[in-house]
Write a protein that binds this ligand. Sequence first.
Ligand code: PRP
Ligand code: ADE
Length: 172
Amino acid sequence: MADLAELVASRIVDVPDFPKAGILFKDLTPLFADGPAFRQVIDGIVEHHGADSFDVVAGIEARGFVIAAAIAYATGIGVVPVRKAGKLPRETYAASYALEYGEAALELHRDAFTPGQRVLVVDDVLATGVPRPPPSISWSGPGEGSPGSRCCWSCRSCRGGRGSRRATYTRC
Ligand SMILES: O=P(O)(O)OC[C@H]1O[C@H](OP(=O)(O)OP(=O)(O)O)[C@H](O)[C@@H]1O
Ligand SMILES: Nc1ncnc2[nH]cnc12
């Protein structure tokens, strides 16, 4: 796991003051672009959680889609997009939250999950950690209470100018 965390850290580029002054942006595009490294990370996530421990994977727009789709393909399960407001065509559940550098609202189709389904929720970076559903976001309706919330990598010291600039990555 330490090796994997080091691999991830080595493929992330820190971009100061993006998208606004004071934010140290963690750019994961080099990790996504490196086939062997990306595969190792996806396999590591699946191994960490256990391929039999979830029935569906949900990815948070937009960078979470990249990871969720890869996990879904690797495990042969389905993927549910958790989207920014207004993108999904049918009835949704929605929740608003504050990002490290703004506001956002996430939605998912009301019939995205069935009761009792175990959902692996993935995203690329956890900065404030507010929008991890659930329990941070209380999705209601079918499937309520059943998902296991997981963020792939949490990023400490993301906030430029606050504390150390050295980031550490831990799988939760
Ligand atoms: O812990 P937090 O403060 O919530 O920050 C992390 C979230 O912010 C980013 O998404 P963003 O909304 O910028 O969207 P993007 O993936 O479309 O770039 C990132 O991909 C996470 O979803
Ligand atoms: N510091 C950061 N780097 C990359 N993505 C982010 N999303 C929210 N904060 C972020």
